[in-house]
Design a protein around this ligand. Sequence first.
Ligand code: SF4
Length: 394
Amino acid sequence: MAGFSIRFLGCKVSHTDAHEIREALLADGHVEGGTDVAVVNSCCVTHEAVRKSRQAATRAARTHRTVYVTGCAANLAADAFAGLPQNVTVVARRSEETPAYVAGDVGALGCVQADARLDRVRAFVKIQDGCSFSCNFCVIPLVRGASRSRSAAAVLAEARRRVAQGHREIVLTGINLGCYRDRGAGYKLPRLVREVGAIPDLARLRLSSIEVNHVDAELVEALRETPAVSRHLHVPLQSGDDGVLRDMARRYSVATFLRRLQPLEDFNVTTDAIVGFPTETEAGFERTLAVVDAAGITKVHVFPYSPRPGTVTAQRDAVPPQVKKERSARLRAASDAACRARWQTKVGADDVVLVDRPGRGYGDDYSPWLVDAPVGELVRVRGAAVSEEGILAA
Ligand code: SF4
């Protein structure tokens, strides 16, 4: 039996992958804690993400006997982890194979604990992995491969198991969720949303992220007609400038982005934006600010552009670091102001909050609330005021 710890860097898919490794280790009888094994599920979405992954692996190598580096950065062709101490193993494998590989390497003891519960209110259920789009800046298809989906039966079984374990919220997770297909059983994402959303005792259902091209009438209907679905959608914009979108090979224009989100006007829309793409001018950046405003977007995850190895724009990085920094700060400030403006509309209004950690939770549209109630409870609240951290419940 080994004592292990796991950490992840990056997105919700990385989080889900880390949980799958954790479950594989628990199922083999290993226990959390101790200094035998550390797993670092890495990220390579930016140069900075790789640097932090490497730093996490270096730190873990000082405190643990064996360290496994898994995930996206471990699969980068460029050797991001060269020169690390000998107790670090880089596992350059697909996410589907990694948990069994790590568990096998740590050494299964045959002491099965198949119902290992994740002590969280929210469960991330992976439905799809990989991406067959080829955005010019993106390294993800290179490290995760082409899009493939889990069977609907497997997804539904896992979702039911998570709810039975006590999870109140499920987040359907994938790299490009709209590509979800189980052709044999006749499922696309909208049907899956309806059926997961119908699981008794599930309080909340969300999608981790969805490309705007996939926000069509069928999906909008499924989101609207499934009571468990949270009024929140994360839709990557990346840029509000048509020229930059074209240069990124993003497959939509600003007009399409705005039109597709129109039927979801009451949803809390959050996004990702890349700042300082090689062809982004000051005017182009200002168009991004304008589109964030026009689309009613609140939280923007801002990524200063960094060239990734093996991508179309790998050799291009025309915008100076200082300009990227300054534009990132402006976009984050706009995002903060938009969040606060939305929170302000909740003052005096009622909402239902799912408490996911002591003193905090999220309302129906995934706005953050500060509320004093037991973790895991759904509580009816009224907004009293707004703070830096969210809406204060009366
Ligand atoms: S849609 Fe584009 S940005 Fe998203 S993972 Fe696929 S290639 Fe990368």
